[in-house]
Design a protein around this ligand. Structure first.
Ligand code: HEC
Length: 134
């Protein structure tokens, strides 16, 4: 391998590392698989479910998504892409199944929450819905 080619390989590695660390590759649209999108929320809607979800969110999500879900938590400044604004039309347009899947699976700086009981994750979806237009 010539010296020139070797430097080229190193440079390419650096560029790719930078793209990953700045999150440039995570900017592509994030879509749940079709089979997940159609899933219905098995937890009955209502005040109880919203309160359950809010409690889980305060403990696990507020550091990034903010106390009111605006995506402005203490840790948000350092993140790119930014944590989603739960009140936004873009997020509210997602189906329940899609939100549940994204919460469970995570992506990049958004951690997967599969370890939370399913019931809590569906309650989170009810809580996120309660923030629509706020
Ligand atoms: C460490 C920071 C962090 C924590 C903690 C966190 N998130 Fe996120 N979240 C993110 C980031 C960053 C994104 C954007 C990811 C992307 O677009 O690639 C995101 C995206 C999302 C989305 C996708 C919204 C959309 O537009 O499709 C949902 C839903 C979500 N988070 C819910 C939650 C819930 C619920 C919790 C708590 C159980 C949580 N997040 C905890 C950082 C975080």
């Amino acid at each position: 391998m010539s010296r020139c080619v070797r430097y080229g390989v190193v440079a390419l590695g650096l560029v790719m590392g930078l793209a990953i660390s700045t999150g440039a590759w995570a900017q592509t649209p994030w879509a749940a698989p079709d089979a997940e999108k159609g899933k219905k929320n098995p937890v009955a809607a209502g005040k109880k479910a919203v309160e359950q979800g809010e409690k889980v969110a305060k403990v696990n999500c507020a550091s990034c998504h903010g106390a009111k879900g605006k995506g402005d938590g203490a840790a948000a400044a350092a993140l790119n892409p930014k944590p989603a604004d739960w009140t936004s039309k873009k997020m509210q347009d997602e189906t329940d199944g899609s939100l549940f899947w994204k919460i469970s699976t995570g992506r990049g700086a958004m951690p997967p929450w599969k370890h939370l009981p399913e019931n809590d994750r569906w309650a989170l979806v009810h809580y996120l819905r309660s923030l629509k237009g706020k």
